[in-house]
Design a protein around this ligand. Sequence first.
Ligand code: AMP
Ligand code: ZN
Length: 136
Amino acid sequence: MNCIFCKIIDGEIPSYKIYEDENVIAFLDISQLTKGHTLVVPKKHVKNVYEMNEDLASKVFQSVPKIANALKKAFNPIGLNVINNNEKPHQSVDHFHIHLVPRYENDEFKMEFINHQDQYEDDDYEKVLNKIKNNL
Ligand code: AMP
Ligand code: ZN
């Protein structure tokens, strides 16, 4: 399969590997959005969150606190974002991965949380939540 992360897992191409166990591998993201930017990747090829099952999801997330704490101890960041992109607009590698992005004062990584609370009444929240619940 022509998947760059499968090639890293198989050792066909190099990576800056931080951690590995039976189910996951963690390595430095080549783009280093901030210092220590790390990817946690299941060894099993699944495209994105929609293809995960509960067992794989728990196995993959299991290693996240350990790596997050290592990043915290290593670099003393002011915070840390745990991010996963699925399909558009941001997924560029079609093998599920979790980004751990340590945050620093005045770093250049931007996440915008725009509050739309003023556009929602009780009714609107109810409609949205029911639509989701009906699809669980
Ligand atoms: P996403 O946009 O969420 O799909 O993230 C994919 C990430 O994979 C990007 O941040 C890339 O910098 C990173 N990436 C792509 N190729 C490599 C590689 N060979 N080694 C490490 N990271 C990579
Ligand atoms: Zn893959």
